[in-house]
Design a protein around this ligand. Structure first.
Ligand SMILES: [Zn+2]
Length: 343
């Protein structure tokens, strides 16, 4: 396993920091859990198994077979923002692409870990096992955010609108083909989530919508060219191209924001958001992939996006290098967002 990127190093350093000592182990059929206390180790093990079942049913319609080797799950409970990392190595088994190893490390507030970070990370394992190779970044993170709790999904929705308003979004033709994380990962997560949620809804929601998204991804990944994505958009969703899909997605965001209004009392979220970042070793075989929520040392997504009754959040998530509290532009309007520059 080669974790050789800047982010990996930071994440690992943070995860290995003092005070990280763990005291208890708990084994489940698929996870080998290490946590500060026996109670926590058991709790996280049971929840990890429950999510593993639930997310596989959500996405694949069936449970995953027991993994040949247990996935190490290291849990560190601490104050402050929560994050996690899941690392995969991909290989092949009789010509079939498979996950050959995986491990998961999560750290932060226990409740946030249980209800936001853990389901997110477990969803990465479902997608990785389905494809047996790296999943397009936008969909891997977008699909995993889709597994998080309402608050997290809501704040990603808000963030995506801000990003669109600020003209920072990627055109989908670019986003879909990205195999590496962009410098501004906030955009990838928020936009990836928004497009993923739109496509799942477009595909009929629930298991059906997710199944269609997997088909779409399989088609687009096959070649990962503009044409493979266009063709997948035609075949699976009936759009003439990715550009047409993009227009429809933006139209959906522009239509009266019923989702936001419907949520009425939007989360007045005082807790730090689960921060998230990822990286991967790009080349070489077997390929190692790191799917990670940013460790506290690397606040990628701004702590709280405060949204009050569906109106503008108080400030904008900053970029990794920026001061955590500095809003970088005026609060956007949550109504119809302006179009990004899509040429
Ligand atoms: Zn992730």
């Amino acid at each position: 396993m080669t974790l050789r990127r800047f982010y990996s190093a930071l994440v690992l350093a943070a995860l290995a920091s003092p005070g990280a000592a763990t005291a208890a182990n708990f084994e489940t059929p698929n996870f080998s859990v290490e946590a500060p206390t026996p109670e926590l180790a058991r709790k996280f093990g049971e929840m990890a198994e429950a999510y593993r079942k639930e997310k596989a049913l959500d996405w694949l319609g069936h449970e995953m077979p027991q993994w040949p080797r247990k996935c190490p799950l290291q849990v560190q409970v601490s104050m402050g923002s929560a994050g996690g990392a899941t690392t995969f190595t991909f290989g092949s088994d009789q010509g079939r692409p498979v996950v050959s190893s995986q491990r998961m490390e999560i750290r932060g507030d226990a409740k946030q870990l249980l209800y936001s970070v853990l389901p997110h990370e477990v969803t990465h394992t479902v997608l990785a096992h389905h494809f047996g190779r790296p999943v397009p970044r936008w969909a891997d993170e977008g699909g995993s955010v889709l597994s998080e709790n309402d608050e997290e999904r809501f704040s990603h929705d808000v963030r995506c609108r801000e990003i669109l308003n600020a003209g920072r979004a990627f055109v989908l033709r670019t986003l879909f083909r990205m195999t590496e994380y962009p410098r501004d990962m906030t955009v990838l997560y928020a936009q990836g989530y928004s497009v993923t949620a739109y496509l799942v809804e477009k595909g009929g929601n629930g298991r059906e919508g997710r199944g269609k998204l997997l088909q779409f991804l399989g088609g687009g990944m096959n070649g990962n060219t503009a044409e493979s994505w266009n063709e997948a958009a035609r075949k699976v969703y009936g759009f003439e191209s990715i550009d047409a899909l993009e227009r429809a997605w933006l139209d959906a965001l522009r239509t009266p924001p019923s989702r936001l209004v419907a949520r009425g009392a939007a989360p007045g979220n005082d807790k730090p958001a689960a921060t998230h970042a990822s990286t991967a070793a790009a080349t070489g075989t077997p390929r190692t992939e790191l799917r990670t929520s940013a460790a506290p040392a690397m606040p990628l997504l701004e702590p709280p996006v405060r949204a009050v009754r569906g109106v503008a959040p108080a400030n904008e998530p900053t970029r990794p290098a920026a001061a955590p509290t500095a809003p970088s532009y005026p609060p956007p309007v949550l109504g119809p967002p302006e179009l990004p520059r899509t040429r």
